[in-house]
Structures are given as structure tokens and as C-alpha cells.
Ligand binder design. Structure first.
Ligand code: F0G
Length: 369
């Protein structure tokens, strides 16, 4: 089989590129869809986890960034800018490095994880810690791109959504059809917008606007679209509240957002699919985080567990029908923000025991003796 070529080339017939486009790629996409046996047993259905932490910079942002940086290069941009809670900046910095572009990132001061900060630094981005939250950073980034020669790569840029919709294509290509339900975290609301766009597109016969890259006409790949369930952190749940949150707060720093840019498109996805957008507490997020790592074998950053937290909460409330197929996107790798793994369920630090280098003592300590 041919090696995976990254989402832009793999889905070129459905993306705004041609054969001659210079594609900036790190081989993103093609991420595992892992069956979760314990969640499946709990809900008496089939639960699959789309493990987006397996992308090159460790989050789903790479799908949109390959497209956004490709577009920046096509436009002759020399510099890109983004506001970020961390993952977008890590991704933008990596793709900009390969493209030879200057990358500027604006992050909320003191509120991004060390793993993400270290990625942006390693890739040579110019990082500014803004005295404000993500929403303030995005406002400055947008104004900067309006008035200065710098290309905005946040998800308000349509090419980001175009790239990210490929995750829905992959789910359908793997399962053979759309699942009954798709669950995911919601922050700035770009990803729920992208999945919904992707699922809708795949459920229609498709006429290729760029003939020459692939077949000019494609049959529908899916017979249906899923019900979309999005989950915000309780301290940063503007869509649930129905108004912006001035001081969003949650340990899930990736989704610490009070005024999502794609708000209307998220509520469209919810309403058109007959779905919901609800909130989960930090405690529920950490419980789901522990469930994923200790039972399913999947290590994620806290925000990424919001979809699983949502499934557990909806199941506890009796809202989860049996016999359904569920896909839950876990958005970023556990190594992005590993501090939460070092705490037990009680919140106390867990420190591994120290032992001498003696096999009997080690066997004893492990309860094998
Ligand atoms: N999960 C993770 C790990 C994220 O980094 C983000 C967003 C989301 C979920 C929410 O996705 O914004 O499309 O609704 N992170 C952005 C960033 C804001 O700057 O990295 P969304």
C-alpha cells in the first residue's frame, strides 16, 4: 500500500488545492479509531475513540494547519499569526517552520501548558504572553491581520475548517458509514463546525470543483449524518449559558474560552443534527481522563476528555440509548499536559515508591512474593 500522504493529498478532491499546489505537510491525519471496550460495555453499544493526539504535533489542529499554511504559502504570505490556548500555536509553529514562514503566537499569560509552550519555542515561533484570556488574544490577532502584513491561521480562517473536516471523512471511511452519535469537546467551536461540515459533505453525492486531482464525481460515502453532542467545561460554557463568559475558568486550559468564534455554526450543527451542547465539570473531566488512561489505554490531555465526560454524564442521566454506534474525538495527547496523571482520584500527588536494587525487595513491593 502507498504510504499515508497527509490529509491534503489524501482528500485533495474535496479540498481547495490542485495538482500544482505546494502542500505543507507533516503527514497529519490517518489517526487511529480505537474501539473502547469499557465504554462500549457501559453504554451497551459500540464506542470508538478517534485519537487525534496521534497527529504530528499531538493534536487535531494539524489537520487544519496543513491547509492553512498551504494557503498562506499560496498567497505569498511571509508571516502567520494565531491566538491560542496552546495547541494551535504548537501546530502553527511546526508547519510555519517547514514552510519557512515567520510565526507569531499570542497566548493567555500563564494559562498554557508547558508541553505546548515548549513546542512553539522549539519550532522557533515568536511567542507573546498576552495579559488577558484567549478571547482577548484572538481579538488582537484578528486586528493584527487586518492592519499588518500577517496571515491569520485561527479557525476563523476557512481553510482551517476545510482541513479539519477530513477527520469526519476518516471516521466514515473506517466505519463504512457515519456513527449514530459523534461527541467532542467544544472550545472556540471550530472543530464541531468542521466535523459537521465533513459529515454533511460525505452524505451527499459530490461533484469535484477541481477536476484533474481525482474523479470529477463521487457517490455519497455515508448514508446519514450523526447526532452531534458537544461538551464545554462548566467554568467556560458560554454556549450552554447562552451568553459570553467574561472570565472563563477550567483546568482544561485548551478549552478555557468565553466567546467562541464559531458560536453560530456550533449551534447550527447541534440543531440541524438534533444534538446537544452541554457542560461537564472539571471533576467529571478528570474522571473521564482517568477512565481513558487506566481502562481504555488512551492518554489524553484534560480538555480532550470532555467528550468522554459528556458520555458518562449523559449515561448517568439516562439519556444514552443502547445499541448505538458512538465516536468520541479525543483531541490532544496526554503528554501535552502530563501533570494531571501525577494526581490520584483524591487530587493528591502520587509518587512511586523508592526501593533498593534487590529482586526480593522489588518482588515483595509488587506483591509477588
Ligand atoms: N481540545 C483541545 C485539546 C484543544 O486544543 C481545543 C482548542 C479544543 C479541544 C476545542 O476545539 O476550539 O475547535 O472547539 N484549542 C484551541 C487552541 C483554542 O488554541 O489550541 P475548538
Amino acid at each position: 500500500a502507498q504510504p499515508w500522504r497527509g490529509v491534503v493529498r489524501e482528500y485533495a478532491d474535496r479540498l481547495p488545492v490542485t495538482e500544482s499546489t505546494r502542500v505543507i505537510t507533516l503527514g497529519e491525519g490517518g489517526t487511529p479509531l480505537v474501539r473502547a471496550p469499557h465504554l462500549s460495555a457501559l453504554v451497551d453499544g459500540e464506542v470508538h475513540i478517534k485519537v487525534e493526539g496521534m497527529n504530528p504535533t499531538g493534536s487535531f489542529k494539524d489537520r487544519g494547519m496543513t491547509m492553512a499554511i498551504t494557503a498562506a504559502v499560496a498567497e505569498g504570505a511571509k508571516a502567520v499569526v494565531c491566538a491560542s490556548t496552546g495547541n494551535t500555536s504548537a501546530s502553527a509553529a511546526a508547519y510555519a517552520a517547514q514552510a519557512g514562514l515567520t510565526c507569531a503566537v499570542l497566548v493567555p499569560e500563564g494559562k498554557i501548558s508547558m508541553g505546548k509552550m515548549s513546542q512553539a519555542l522549539a519550532h522557533g515561533a515568536q511567542i507573546l504572553q498576552v495579559q488577558g484570556n484567549f478571547d482577548d488574544c484572538l481579538e488582537v490577532a484578528r486586528k493584527l491581520a487586518e492592519s499588518y502584513p500577517v496571515f491569520l491561521v485561527n479557525s476563523v480562517n476557512p481553510s482551517r475548517i476545510e482541513g479539519q473536516k477530513t477527520a469526519a471523512f476518516e471516521v466514515v471511511d473506517t466505519l463504512g458509514d457515519a456513527p449514530d452519535y459523534h461527541l467532542l469537546p467544544v472550545g472556540n467551536a471550530g472543530n464541531i463546525t468542521a466535523y459537521w461540515a465533513g459529515y454533511q459533505e460525505y452524505a451527499r453525492p459530490y461533484v469535484n470543483p477541481h477536476p484533474g486531482t481525482s474523479d470529477a464525481e463521487l457517490p455519497a460515502a455515508a448514508t446519514r449524518t450523526p447526532t452531534m453532542w458537544g461538551f464545554q467545561a462548566a467554568g467556560a460554557a458560554p454556549i450552554v449559558a447562552g451568553h459570553p463568559i467574561d472570565e472563563p475558568d477550567t483546568i482544561a486550559t485548551a478549552i478555557r474560552i468565553g466567546n467562541p468564534a464559531s458560536w453560530d455554526r456550533a449551534t447550527d450543527a447541534r440543531d440541524a443534527s438534533g444534538g446537544l451542547i452541554a457542560s461537564v465539570t472539571d471533576e467529571q473531566i478528570l474522571e473521564a481522563h482517568r477512565w481513558l488512561s487506566s481502562k481504555e489505554g488512551v492518554f489524553v490531555e484534560p480538555a480532550s476528555a470532555a467528550g468522554v465526560a459528556g458520555l458518562l454524564a449523559q449515561h448517568a442521566a439516562g439519556n444514552v440509548p443502547a445499541g448505538k454506534t458512538w465516536v468520541i474525538t479525543v483531541t490532544g495527547h496526554g503528554l501535552k499536559d502530563p501533570q494531571w496523571a501525577l494526581k490520584g482520584a483524591d487530587g493528591d500527588d502520587v509518587t512511586p515508591r523508592s526501593v533498593p536494587f534487590d529482586v526480593v525487595t522489588v518482588a515483595d513491593a509488587l506483591g509477588l512474593a
